[in-house]
Write a protein that binds this ligand. Structure first.
Ligand SMILES: *[C@@H]1O[C@H](CO)[C@@H](O)[C@H](O)[C@H]1NC(C)=O
Ligand SMILES: *[C@@H]1O[C@H](CO)[C@@H](O)[C@H](O)[C@H]1NC(C)=O
Ligand SMILES: *[C@@H]1O[C@H](CO)[C@@H](O)[C@H](O)[C@H]1NC(C)=O
Ligand SMILES: *[C@@H]1O[C@H](CO)[C@@H](O)[C@H](O)[C@H]1NC(C)=O
Length: 387
């Protein structure tokens, strides 16, 4: 009896020793992995501050719900604050090491701009095979079947802009005045709007992206074909589809309000929605156009379908603000108070050294870094997703 007891005690001791040693080895190995990631040449800056949660800005609030939403498709419209929003969502995903759906190239790793989104344009990383990707913030024209395949079980979010501001912005950003040879006019946009169909009918520009964006370009991004927009039943059906399929449609003109709604909807923290403006036009460099009341009328009627859409979702937006409850104003004021502070002085609130640097991570740089990190996690992409 005593012998057997003795024997099993020795066995237990050995077992404990083995477990402890294995644990120690795994622990050290992990440390090694982490430190090698931190010390990759040229990557120190990025890694020193905000990749792991305990180093990231100490949130001054906690979400009132959980778990946070970690699967997001951003349907990004051109020139509708989509870049700013993509950077906010991108920073969140980057910090949490989420896997992104990325197109093959270009500063935004775009997938498709003129044709509807297809999985075939998305890079295949090994990690995809486990549970799909978690985020998409690159430009993609809406096709739900395809998007669902690439980013399963995601929340869908988008942001739209007043069609008058949107047209002016697209026209200026893509230098359409020059493309339509209207630069000798004092107001090229006004000239263009005198006969937009004529200018757009010039064959060289017909299949050009900005041309599509000028005429109800936001509905175009949501997947509508221009010829279908002539049919008001189809437009109505599209709005109903968007109502039921897109979880949250935000409004560029009310960007801060939008962030408050998004934060609640995603169960994120205040520190997750901080931003600097992205891709804002340099006024002296790129044109801005005077919009007279008569020009505004013309734009509203030429882009009437986008106007219908905008008004519809402006209503649902403010309904959501109402549903948010009485703390909305207070939360908004708090957010604005923090936003107003220069990020250099924000350190005090957030108790970190490098919040500025973090917030200056814009969309293009983020996507590059995200691609780098995905490659580190699951090897380089080996082609595109397919059937
Ligand atoms: C969307 O994708 C599906 C395949 O997943 C395809 O059958 C359908 O035609 C696509 N729709 C458009 C408008 O391209
Ligand atoms: C566009 O051009 C085609 C031929 O190039 C012409 O038949 C058509 O009438 C034009 N449409 C408009 C709106 O100018
Ligand atoms: C805008 O562009 C001009 C000319 O390229 C440049 O001199 C100016 O510094 C820019 N301003 C900003 C705010 O970037
Ligand atoms: C959006 O809706 C709000 C609330 O109904 C209204 O005050 C505002 O004028 C609308 N904005 C636009 C640009 O139509």
């Amino acid at each position: 009896m005593a012998d057997r007891f003795h024997f099993s005690k020795r066995k237990v001791t050995i077992a404990i020793f083995v477990i402890a040693t294995t644990g120690l080895i795994i622990f050290c190995f992990n440390l090694h992995l982490q430190s090698s990631a931190f010390h990759r040449p040229g990557n120190e800056k990025k890694k020193q501050g905000f990749t792991d949660s305990h180093r990231f800005p100490v949130p001054i609030d906690e979400p009132s719900c959980s778990p946070p939403v970690d699967r997001v498709v951003l349907l990004k419209n051109h020139k509708a604050a989509g870049g700013t929003l993509a950077a906010i969502i991108g920073r969140y995903g980057y910090r949490k090491d989420l896997d992104f759906a990325l197109g093959k190239s270009g500063p935004f790793y775009e997938t498709t701009r003129l044709i509807p989104f297809s999985r075939k344009t998305v890079l295949h990383f090994k990690n995809f095979d486990q549970y799909g990707y978690q985020m998409l913030t690159s430009q993609a024209r809406y096709n739900r079947t395809e998007l669902d395949y690439v980013v399963p079980n995601a929340k869908y979010i988008s942001i739209i802009r007043n069609p008058v501001n949107h047209l002016e912005s697209v026209f200026g950003f893509f230098r359409m005045g020059k493309k339509f040879k209207l630069t000798e006019f004092e107001n090229p946009l006004e000239e263009f709007m005198k006969k937009p169909d004529f200018y757009l009918n010039q064959s060289a520009l017909e299949y050009n992206l900005p041309s599509k964006l000028l005429n109800n370009g936001q509905l175009f991004n949501f997947g509508m074909e221009p010829e279908d927009m002539l049919n008001s039943h189809k437009v109505k059906r599209k709005l109903a589809e968007m109502d039921s399929e897109i979880d949250l449609i935000l409004i560029a003109e009310y960007f801060d309000e939008s962030m408050i709604l998004m934060k609640r909807f995603f169960c994120w923290k205040l520190s997750d929605i901080l931003y600097l403006h992205e891709n804002v036009r340099n006024r002296s460099e790129k044109a801005r156009y005077e919009i007279s009341p008569s020009l505004e009328e013309k734009i509203l009627s030429w882009n009437a379908k986008d106007v219908i859409m905008y008004n519809h979702f402006n209503k649902t937006f403010w309904n959501k603000v109402k549903e948010y409850g009485p703390s909305f104003e207070k939360d908004l004021a708090e957010f604005r108070r923090i936003q107003k502070v220069d990020c250099k002085t924000m350190e005090n609130t957030f108790k970190v050294q490098n919040l500025c640097e973090y917030l200056q991570f814009r969309n293009t740089r983020l996507l590059r870094e995200i691609k780098f990190e995905m490659t580190r996690r699951s090897g380089p992409p080996d082609g595109f997703l397919g059937w």
